[in-house]
Design a protein around this ligand. Structure first.
Ligand SMILES: Cc1cc2nc3c(=O)[nH]c(=O)nc-3n(C[C@H](O)[C@H](O)[C@H](O)COP(=O)(O)OP(=O)(O)OC[C@H]3O[C@@H](n4cnc5c(N)ncnc54)[C@H](O)[C@@H]3O)c2cc1C
Length: 392
């Protein structure tokens, strides 16, 4: 297994790095602290950034060329994500559309659906959110109860979704709904639903960070046009499972790159706060640095595996657990080591390299829940990697 990048990959990384230096005005954490912004104007900052990335050909890179991609490898995609994370670039508003719906349409959609939706998704002229989870169906997604009933050649959707990231700013939502209430898996279908219509109500949910980045959405006979069913009736579960596997891969070296920047900020902050003499500083910082290297090594192993033509397997659950729990350990340690200083950064908008640790601490709690909770990831590792017998 070769864990080194090729000269072409390194040249690509350098190209991306130079492009970011030329095009990113300032890190997104600084943008967020600028008092001129509110939640809506920050979305516009993110939209403008997505448009720039799209114009430069850096979105959907692994897709076929006819859909705006360049058939790039997972390693190139991962290198791009790592450079963006290291520079603290804004996350594009359409990340759910691009990472989940794009592959769903490319693999399972009709030609007409691809033509209609992919260009506007990439250009951020339409923002998409994901309507999978429900109040009674999260980890056990197949328990979902939202239903779709035929209305002539169209469909009417009724039910509720929750945790809908970016719902308040989205134009469309891709929805898993029941077309058969009795068939657990084969009774689920995949619909594309416009949000601006009488049968849809989107409400923001206030998060512990103070933002309403996600929300809940209520469907009351909402219209989904007949030609906005993806795949066949009853294929929704299969489509959802394929596209969820695309959430993996690119994250492998992105998180270590993001944590590098935060670790630098923490080490500097500990010195500036006059707390470097504490007995446990070396041990805590040393452990965090080493663990980040372990994570990077594991990420490179995943990339080498992908380069050898192997699809991401259940082992990717190890990475999910590691990065999410590392983020929590990092922010726990930061607040502990920095003491009161850890709370102050948010009020100093000119501090270019400082990390808003209080915000990071609160946000890091979500990592062990989304993209499949860590308990579920441990179940996957137990069953499919370690092949342990299942409990009765
Ligand atoms: C920030 C954030 C953004 C999100 N964005 C979206 C989005 O845009 N669209 C969307 O559809 N969803 C989204 N989600 C939802 C996410 O996928 C679910 O929260 C997740 O699947 C867990 O479901 P749940 O919250 O219903 O918890 P539950 O499934 O009810 O689980 C509750 C607890 O029980 C544990 N548990 C459940 N089953 C088992 C088991 N078999 N063995 C051991 N432990 C178990 C879980 O780990 C958890 O600790 C988001 C979540 C977060 C936190």
């Amino acid at each position: 297994m070769d864990l080194h990048f090729t000269p072409e990959q390194i040249a690509f990384r350098d190209e991306v790095r130079a492009w970011i230096a030329e095009n990113l005005e300032r890190p997104f954490s600084l943008e967020k602290r600028d008092p001129k912004h509110d939640a809506d104007s920050l979305v516009e900052v993110r939209r403008a950034w997505q448009k720039k990335l799209h114009a430069a050909g850096y979105l959907g890179m692994g897709w076929p060329a006819e859909w705006g991609g360049r058939g790039a490898s997972e390693a190139d995609e991962a290198l791009l994500q790592a450079e963006l994370a290291a520079a603290d670039a804004p996350q594009v508003p359409n990340f759910l559309g691009i990472s989940l719906l794009g592959p769903a349409l490319i693999h399972h959609g009709s030609e007409e659906q691809r033509r209609r939706f992919i260009p506007k998704m990439l250009a951020c002229d339409e923002i998409w959110c994901q309507g999978f989870s429900e109040p009674g169906a999260g980890s056990d997604l197949a328990s979902l109860r939202t239903r779709a009933e035929r209305d002539g050649s169209d469909w009417r959707i009724t039910g509720q979704k929750v945790w809908t990231t970016f719902g308040l700013w989205s134009d469309w939502i891709f929805v898993l709904a029941r077309t058969d209430m009795d068939d657990r898996y084969g009774g689920i279908s995949f619909f594309l639903v416009p949000i601006d219509q009488p049968g849809v109500e989107m409400r923001g949910l206030k998060q512990i960070t103070g933002e309403s980045e996600f929300g809940e959405v209520f469907f009351d006979g909402a219209l989904a046009k007949g030609d906005h069913l993806v795949g066949q009736v009853g294929e929704g579960w299969r489509i959802a499972m394929t596209v969820l596997s695309y959430e993996r891969g690119a994250a492998s070296i992105m998180y270590p790159a993001q944590f590098d920047t935060q670790l630098d900020g923490l080490i500097r902050g500990v010195h500036e706060a006059g707390r470097a003499e504490r007995d446990d500083v070396e041990e805590k910082l040393g452990r965090l640095v080493v663990e980040n290297e372990v994570m990077r090594g594991n990420g490179l192993r995943t990339l080498a595996d992908l380069a050898a033509g192997n699809a991401p397997g259940p082992e990717s659950s190890i990475e999910k657990i590691f990065w999410s729990e590392y983020h929590q350990r990092l922010t726990d340690s930061a607040l502990d080591l920095l003491g009161p200083q850890g709370q102050l950064v948010a009020s100093s908008p000119s501090a270019r390299d400082e990390v808003d640790w209080a915000y990071e601490y609160l946000w890091s709690r979500a990592g062990s829940i989304y993209s499949g909770s860590n308990e579920i990831q441990r179940n996957i590792i137990a069953k499919r990697v370690l092949r342990l017998p299942s409990g009765k």
